[in-house]
Write a protein that binds this ligand. Structure first.
Ligand code: SAM
Ligand code: MD0
Ligand code: SF4
Length: 350
């Protein structure tokens, strides 16, 4: 049996960890040992990315959804969330404001809203306008779309397709993404990658997942050809079946971030402001994340996904709001050229 130190050294030497080693790391709880894992993750991040961090603007432009994900505030039958659908003009103006604030990318996200899914042209128009107004790369997080829509999005110049499997345990998936086909969700990501889009994969944690299921997912997610991998702690939502579920804090998310960094040292790994807001940023960066996601323009009535209101109106989920945190970690905001260089590099990998 290897020690944690031996496993971390193996990773620092550039060798890929195996499943047993990943399980051993994910099982650590001693603060000193956990810190050694975080330190190794930061070393690897520094090797590939220096001290620069990327920042993503988040525009949740429609909160209507046809699905019933058990974990989600915006599931169709929930009467609690604010439902809105922004116009193309509004989405463009919000994106422009985010671009002016200094983000590197605009993430256009929606519930699985049939008003867009059944009229992909509407989605394309939004992408066109946002690209022209901001000059920034665009990520689209529209849920599961058809192959034809992926083709059209690629043609419109979309850079990233984000679609999270949440878990690679099919039984657990079934309880989370109710009535959504596991393979169809997986396959459309592979298709998007094959058409030249960059793909982001993601895992939810604190929702019935185990160390073993997380290890399986982390080992396998590289096979899709991912360029960004995320993990977020489940946040119970009012009005949903899991409203009263207790979760065990963010330690598993932090370990997931670190172990993902060890497995995918040259990929992007988000520190999402949508789980614990600004106060949770530093520990996610110290665990090895290198993208701050879910920056939201203040006072525009836009929502987060898992924290629909936290830190939004007071403006702390903004580039200016996160800069002091970056500094505390000895990090800095990347330039747009540095972000573009990453995209170019990932695009060149087939
Ligand atoms: N509707 C699209 C979809 O589901 O793919 C796009 C929205 S996507 C940004 C929503 C993601 O946020 C989910 O895939 C999940 O990983 C995360 N999420 C949703 N509800 C959450 C919650 N209650 N706690 C933590 N993360 C959550
Ligand atoms: C985030 N709330 O980055 C967003 C969202 C969708 N691509 C991202 C989950 O945390
Ligand atoms: Fe809809 Fe996405 Fe929420 Fe599922 S996670 S209910 S698809 S918005």
């Amino acid at each position: 049996m290897k020690t944690t130190k031996e496993i971390l050294n193996k990773s620092l030497e550039g060798r890929r960890l195996d499943r047993d080693e990943v399980v051993l790391l994910l099982n650590q709880r001693e603060p000193e040992v956990v810190n050694e894992i975080f330190t190794a993750a930061r070393t690897l991040r520094g090797r590939y990315f220096g001290n620069h961090i990327f920042a993503y603007g988040f525009v949740y432009f429609s909160t209507y959804c046809r699905n019933e994900c058990s974990f989600c505030f915006y599931r169709k039958s929930n009467t609690e969330p604010p439902r809105y659908r922004k116009t193309t003009e509004e989405i463009t103006a919000l994106s422009k404001a985010l671009a002016d604030s200094g983000v590197h990318l605009i993430d256009l996200t929606m519930g699985e809203d049939n008003a867009f899914l059944k009229k992909p042209q509407r989605l394309i128009e939004v992408v066109d306008r946002v690209k022209t107004a901001t000059g920034l790369p665009v990520m689209i997080s529209p849920g599961q779309v058809s192959e034809a829509t992926i083709d059209a999005l690629k043609k419109a110049g979309v850079t990233w397709y984000a679609l999270y499997q949440e878990t690679y345990d099919r039984a657990l998936y079934k309880k989370m993404r109710l009535k959504q086909d596991y393979d169809a969700r997986m396959n459309i990501k592979k298709y998007a990658r094959s058409r030249g889009l960059l793909v982001e994969e993601g895992l939810l944690t604190g929702i019935g997942d185990t160390v073993e299921s997380r290890a399986d997912a982390m080992m396998a997610m590289g096979d899709i050809g991912v360029s960004q991998v995320r993990t977020m702690t489940f946040v119970p939502q009012r009005g949903t079946p899991l409203e009263k579920r207790r979760t065990g804090g963010s330690v598993n998310e932090l370990l997931n971030i670190s172990v993902m960094r060890l497995l995918y040292p040259d990929k992007l790994i988000p520190a999402s402001l949508d789980v614990e807001g600004l106060v949770g940023l530093k520990e996610r960066l110290m665990a090895g994340a290198n993208v701050i996601t879910s920056l939201i323009p203040p006072k525009t009535g836009l929502a987060g996904v898992s924290q629909s209101e936290l830190d939004i109106d007071d403006g702390s989920r903004s580039v200016d709001g996160v800069l002091p945190e970056l500094e505390k970690c000895g990090l800095r905001l990347a330039t747009r050229d540095e972000y573009q260089a990453y995209i170019d590099r990932e695009m060149a990998v087939s």
